[in-house]
Design a protein around this ligand. Sequence first.
Ligand SMILES: [Zn+2]
Length: 170
Amino acid sequence: MALSRLASQFAAEIKQHDWSDAPYRIDRAGHNRASDSNCGDEVLSENEAQNVRTNVMWVTAQVLGYSDPNFDVYEFAEASGVNILTRSGRQSGHIRVGLRTDSAGRYMRPGTWEFDPEYITTETSDFYHADLYCNAFQRGYRGAKLLTFPIDGTVPEKWNPCAHCVGDRA
Ligand SMILES: [Zn+2]
């Protein structure tokens, strides 16, 4: 799946920016030492500069992933100029580990360590739940795509409240 327009624009900026002197000087977006007649002598190692780029990619990805259910962090990282492969050439799991997500792929709200309170279910489920960790949900969950509904909205009638986690709240 292609990146959203916004995501690919963020990636393009993160990729083109020269992060090698990021701690030492303030410069414009798109800074490039090669074309900067006023650049200082202090530079990060290639590894350090790449770490800065990766961190910038992650904080940006947290917002993009929170806002867009189709966001693909691997595609975004690669477009940002971050290496997504392990030495053996496979997709590196650490790209995903840098995000604040849960086992179903939900993103924590930007600027917090919290998930939005919402009801969750799946297309084939009969019930909706208040919590990913409800035992009844976990027993039936087979890794299908999660459907979510705002807690202060209405859940379509197709799903009934789970007696274990929603029952007394609905
Ligand atoms: Zn439940």
